[in-house]
Design a protein around this ligand. Structure first.
Ligand SMILES: *Cc1c(COP(=O)(O)O)cnc(C)c1O
Length: 222
């Protein structure tokens, strides 16, 4: 199937308040252009330098989402244009994003990454660490970032019960945080979860942003 038909099939499955992030990491600009020409506007990348190169040559109305682990020293490269950073996993990173966004007079949307998977290779905050960051209240002084929600990755497993449990945990946490810290903040609205193999489960648990790569662009050559 071509990219256009795959995008159509995925979009037909998504509820109205769920958006598709087409994860284009490791795929060439031509593939992104093909998806762009089919109407896709949100793309996800996980390396600052790769995003830089693609941003330079691709249409300027693309909404770039940074979905990978972001080192503080790389924030400055993407701050001028990145529209959302999905995997914020420390207060220090939030401060750096704020500082770099301020230089460009922008507000950058951020999601707090929660570690829920069983694998320990994955980055992210524990639920407790996330709550502690929010409880401290310091983030409220950061005027050039907006905390828009949380993001997580499920365990890479064939056992759907495990995935269900993890997405359900994220959904409950999202609701709890919204009630506790963001009840007057209409921006806190995003629950980023679901990838090629588990996005249907994620949708059933209220995902608002699914991050789908290989199903659209094929296997990646690392
Ligand atoms: C690579 C990646 C994806 C996309 O994974 P697929 O299985 O190819 O859909 C989603 N989210 C994150 C954080 C990723 O790094």
């Amino acid at each position: 199937m071509d990219i256009k038909s795959i995008l159509k099939d995925i979009n037909d499955e998504l509820p109205q308040n769920t958006r598709l992030v087409a994860v284009s990491k490791f795929h060439p600009a031509e593939a992104i252009k093909e998806a762009y020409d089919a109407g896709q506007r949100i793309f996800g990348e996980s390396k600052a330098q790769e995003l830089e190169e693609k941003h330079k040559i691709l249409p300027k109305d693309i909404e770039w989402h940074f979905i990978g682990h972001l080192q503080t020293n790389k924030v400055k490269y993407i701050a001028p244009y990145v529209s959302m950073i999905h995997a914020v996993d420390s207060y220090k990173l939030l401060e750096e994003i704020n500082k770099q966004a301020a230089k460009h007079n922008r507000v950058i949307n951020c999601l707090l990454e929660i570690h829920i998977a069983k694998e320990d290779s994955k980055f992210g905050l524990s639920i407790e660490e996330c709550e502690n960051i929010l409880k401290s209240g310091k983030w409220k002084t950061l005027e050039n970032i907006s905390i828009c929600g949380i993001m997580g990755m499920a365990t890479n497993t064939d056992d759907n019960m495990i995935i269900e449990n993890e997405f359900s945990t994220l959904q409950s946490l999202f609701k709890k945080l919204k009630a506790e810290f963001f009840c007057n903040d209409k921006n806190f609205n995003e629950l980023s979860m679901g990838m090629s193999d588990d996005y249907r489960i994620a949708i059933n648990h209220g995902s608002t942003l699914v991050r789908i790569g290989s199903k659209i662009f094929g296997i990646r050559n690392y």
